[in-house]
Design a protein around this ligand. Structure first.
Ligand code: GAL
Length: 836
């Protein structure tokens, strides 16, 4: 071989084999995912990239990493990426590649749930509406047109990831992918088409050769090599369908989603931590929080109907990107505790024994390691003996013993800090630039009532809405004009039957009545008709398309009738259903573009119309100063959609109030959780605050445009900025020492006692004051601590000395430091601090 040939061969070797050095090999066995030959215990959390902004991603991912996550999970949202068939969008919040790279940059793994059916409280479950119009298509069954499209999009995403070297096998972060989503929950309804579809989806996915395992969630019959995984509030009882597959949990719901008209769900962290610990106790090795950061349903992306714009989900990171305490911190401690057991967890299966009624021990033991989990699944506390030692086990809790002897954490004992955050109202008006001489600072355009666009059309009979609008807009006008003989004195009622989701009825240009509902909506609206020509203009609207359930894609909306005029003067009823109706898809303003603030027709000279239905409003404003997250408080408005600098911040609906009952301020975490167990905010508007990402705002000049449907007063709109007022912690002298300080006494002795730690939420902050400190028998909660009868008079100065000026501080609960103000009494240390 000549020298050049040798060089060429060497070069070839380098090219082919060198990248392999960076590759990660991902497989699985019955215990765990196996990464580069090693079984791993992994903690994962969902962050859906379009529910925040690219500017927020790095911080959200870093907070996830700090919280102890190894993996970030996201769905892929087909209708975001392919709004028109063959026309792709991967920009901005849809920049999936950038998101995956941001996770990689933080050193975390990705679980990419391609679906492409997502559910996810996302419009139409993630499917593009155009899919519905493909001739002969049937979704999620053994149907050729559907399968062709599903394969095309799945392959497109896989190829895109491959081109960017994002699979673990290529050195990227993606270690796992999902095909379909919870099909097993609805499979029975799809008859003989179901099973072939599942098998097809599995082999289609496998054929795409990603090099990493695929999962199907809630799919007991997932064919090999696809791993079937569990979703739910608890998955400890789950077993995969083959002993060759690991026990994985793809959705542990950290709270629940909010609906317009509903109360706000929350899930106590004691219960969430209990569910997680139970899962690892009973052989699980991969668990994902759904959601770890829920975020915001911007634009018209919410599913539904009636899913709110906020998708906060009571997640460990709140809608605005701020850690939620004590949830985030307690789970962080839990993850550390579980990781202390990793070597034992991956070494063997657990041996599970009963230590009494509702008391269960699981021991992972080999010659070299031993970890144990002790669970009390009853709703009362218990004392148990395990390995000759005695342990207090609070109700509905798990104690984790990384050395089978010492408890590092109990899921019901929160050692982490809590926090008070609040919204500060700022008036929008003060920020308003004088707009073309408008004294209110607002200008407006009235949206015409009834038909106003050139592309309207007439048809006899009532049309189903989604088939008519193809979801290009929430709105569909149904208009009719009708000659009536003298009807004076008659008690006429307009009877409308609709499939939802909301409608406004205008008679002769005036709003006569409105109705909200889903699936089967009947309304009787008293009306007055004049002799001669009358116009009936019905504005029907969708509020997020259905995203879940069998055949959810064929659920209709709109006024499908009958529509009947009842009680005319001559005593008759008149069925209008099969009349010649005129239809208009969308609003005139949607075509003209006021949402971007650009239409030339804004009025500002005469006085501002308030409580007028169908009105567009616009103002200019300066952003609230500082860097705290910003929301707009829409109190005073009815229902509509809002745009900031042309970006839709979503549908607002502050007049939709939650039921008066069903809420509880202090929800008992003991016992099984359900989505309706812990609710707050009863009798109040479901959502008044709407997130405006900071990156959408300019310091001085911003445009806010609203379309108001039912009537409101825009001068009542204000800003709210969210800040952390206090960080608190309350630790008792019987608490285990912090997880960080845990040492097995078989190793080095164990002298550490309980420690109280405080940490400012933002990296650039320091503790600036101690609002409260008490060692003894303090009581109350963050923001409301009080001294008890027993108190050390040194507490405040000790805490001030240890904390002020630092971004975090730790203080041991030690009577050598504090003195003992009441011997023999159980004591605790409570601190409330401010960070600036
Ligand atoms: C699951 C579904 C998720 C989400 C969740 C509720 O059934 O897989 O996508 O919809 O329910 O938040």
């Amino acid at each position: 071989m000549r020298a050049t040939q040798i060089i060429l061969v060497l070069f070839w070797f380098l090219c082919v084999y060198a990248p392999a050095c960076f590759c990660t090999n991902v497989t699985y066995d019955h215990r765990a995912l196996v990464i580069d030959g090693k079984r791993r215990v992994l903690v994962s959390g969902s962050i859906h990239y379009p529910r925040s902004t690219p500017e927020m991603w790095p911080d959200l991912i870093q907070k996830s990493k700090d919280g102890g996550l190894d993996v970030i999970e996201t769905y892929v949202f087909w209708n975001l990426h392919e709004p028109v068939r063959g026309q792709y969008n991967f920009e901005g919040r849809g920049d999936l590649v950038q998101f995956v790279k941001a996770v990689a940059a933080a050193g975390l793994y990705v679980h990419l749930r391609i679906g492409p059916y997502a559910c996810a409280e996302w419009n139409y479950g993630g499917f593009p509406l155009w899919l519905h119009f493909i001739p002969g298509i049937q979704f999620r069954t053994n149907n050729e047109p559907f399968k062709a499209e599903m394969k095309r999009f799945t392959a497109k995403i896989v190829d895109m990831m491959k081109q960017e070297n994002l699979y673990a096998t290529q050195g990227g972060p993606i270690i796992l992918s999902q095909i379909e989503n919870e099909y097993g929950n609805v499979e029975v309804h799809y008859g003989s088409g179901a099973k072939p579809y599942v098998n097809w989806a599995a082999s289609m996915a496998t054929s795409l050769d990603t090099g990493v395992p695929w999962v199907m969630c809630q799919q007991a019959d997932a064919p090999d090599p696809i791993i079937n995984t569990c979703n739910g509030f608890y998955c400890d009882q789950f077993t995969p369908n083959s002993n060759a597959k690991p026990k994985m949990w793809t959705e542990n719901w950290t709270g629940w989603f909010l609906s317009f008209g509903g109360a706000v769900p929350y899930r106590p962290v004691e219960d969430l931590a209990f569910s997680v610990a139970r899962f690892y106790q009973r052989g699980g090795t991969f668990q994902n929080y759904y959601m770890y950061h829920g975020g915001t349903n911007f634009g018209r992306t919410t599913g539904g109907p009636f899913i709110s714009t906020s998708y906060d989900y009571d997640a460990p990171i709140d809608e605005y990107g701020i850690i939620r305490q004590p949830k985030w911190g307690h789970l962080k401690d839990l993850h550390k505790a579980i990781k202390l057991c990793e070597e034992a967890l991956i070494a063997t299966d657990p041996t599970i024994t009963s230590l009494g009624p509702n008391i269960e021990a699981a021991v992972y033991k080999t010659e070299s390691v031993c970890a144990a989990f002790l669970a009390n699944t009853a709703t009362s506390d218990s004392k148990v003996t395990f390995n000759g030692n005695s342990y207090n086990l609070p109700a509905w809790s798990v104690s984790i013993l990384p050395d089978c002897k010492n408890v590092v954490l109990n899921t019901a004992k929160i050692n982490s800090a809590s926090m008070i955050s609040s919204f500060t109202a700022e008036s929008l008006k003060e920020k308003v630039d004088s707009l073309d001489g408008s004294s209110s600072g607002w200008s407006w355009i009235s949206e015409p009532i009834g038909i106003s666009k050139d592309d309207s059309f007439s048809k006899s009979g009532l049309l189903e809405q989604i088939n008519t609008t193809a979801d290009r807009s929430d709105y569909l006008w149904y208009s009719l004009s009708l000659d009536v003989e003298d009807n004076s004195g008659a008690q006429t009622v307009l009877h409308i039957e609709s499939l939802g989701h909301a409608l406004h009825a205008f008679i002769n240009g005036k709003l006569a009545g409105s109705k909200t509902g889903n699936a089967k909506v009947n309304v009787d609206i008293p009306i007055t008709l004049v002799a001669g020509k009358n116009t009936i203009d019905l504005l029907s609207l969708t509020v997020g398309l259905q995203n879940y359930g069998e055949f959810y894609d064929t659920r209709g909306a709109g006024i499908t009738g009958p529509v009947i005029l009842k009680g005319l003067k001559n005593g008759t009823n008149l069925d209008l259903s099969s009349q010649q109706w005129t239809y208009q898809v969308g609003l005139k303003g949607e075509d003209l573009g006021p949402s971007s603030g650009s239409s030339g027709q804004w009025n500002s000279q005469s006085s501002l119309p308030t409580n007028q239905p169908l009105t567009w409003y616009k103002t200019n404003f300066a952003a609230p100063s500082g860097s705290n997250p910003v929301a707009i408080d829409f109190t005073g408005m009815g229902k509509g959609e809002a745009w900031v600098n042309g970006q839709s911040i979503g549908r607002y609906w502050p007049t939709y109030v939650s039921p008066n009952s069903g809420c509880t301020d202090s929800c008992n975490y003991r016992g099984p959780y359900t989505s309706s167990k812990c609710l707050k905010n009863c009798g109040k508007p479901s959502q008044t605050l709407y997130h405006v990402p900071r990156s959408w705002l300019q310091p001085d000049s911003n445009t806010l445009v609203l379309f108001e449907e039912s009537g409101g007063d825009p001068t009542k709109i204000s800003f709210a900025t969210k800040q952390i007022e206090s960080v608190c912690s309350h630790v008792s002298d019987s608490h285990p020492p912090p997880v960080d300080m845990w040492k097995s006494d078989t190793e080095s002795g164990r002298e550490a006692g309980p420690v109280l730690s405080l940490e400012c939420p933002y990296p650039n902050q320091v503790i600036s004051s101690i609002k409260f400190a008490s060692f003894g028998t303090p009581h109350g909660t963050c923001g409301n601590f009080n001294h008890g009868q027993c108190r050390s008079n040194k507490a405040l100065s000790i805490v001030q000395k240890a904390c002020i000026g630092s971004s975090s501080c730790s203080i041991g609960l030690n009577t050598n430091t504090f003195g003992d103000p009441c011997q023999g009494v159980k004591k605790s240390l409570a601190v409330e601090a401010a960070c600036t």
